[in-house]
Design a protein around this ligand. Structure first.
Ligand code: RB5
Length: 146
């Protein structure tokens, strides 16, 4: 599985820790930055990762900013993206099982790195359940067309 990852300045350190963690587990990770601690606007990274998913350059994405909020809002403006900001593993798992999330987001100022790893593990190991949930996702896609 190929994972795209992006962040703003608030999350550079946590991004590096998560990249190392995922690579140790054998995942291929594409880093869309920023790698700087200088102020960097999260919509830039959000768009890069979202576009990479839509264009099938990566299979899914991880976005991290201070809270995970701004970067997920920005990613969700890209058609076909379902980015979910989660601060614990249960929501992360359910965001895949029920909402078929293709991006998980979290906040480097909200969760510690061990919780971030647990969120990522829970999300990557979850499977979309389809069935009744697809009807609702189809409704979300219809909203994108309006
Ligand atoms: C940057 O200071 C901060 O606003 C950003 O990382 C994020 O929390 C926005 O949602």
């Amino acid at each position: 599985m190929k994972i795209g990852i992006g962040n703003d300045h608030a999350a550079t350190e946590m991004k590096n820790q998560i990249v190392a963690y995922l690579q140790e587990k054998g995942y291929e990770v594409v880093n869309y930055g920023t790698d700087s601690l200088e102020s960097f606007p999260y919509p830039v990274s959000a768009k890069k990762v979202a576009d990479a998913i839509v264009n099938k350059e990566v299979d899914c994405g991880i976005l991290i900013c201070g809270t995970g909020v701004g970067i997920s809002i920005a990613a969700n403006k890209v058609k076909g993206i379902r980015a979910c900001v989660c601060s614990e593993p249960v929501s992360a798992r359910l965001s895949k099982e029920h909402n078929n999330s293709n991006i998980i987001a979290f906040g480097a100022r909200i969760v510690g790195v061990e919780m971030a790893k647990a969120i990522v593990d829970s999300w990557l190991n979850a499977k979309y359940q389809g069935g009744r949930h697809q009807t609702r996702i189809d409704m979300i896609s219809e909203i994108e067309e309006q």
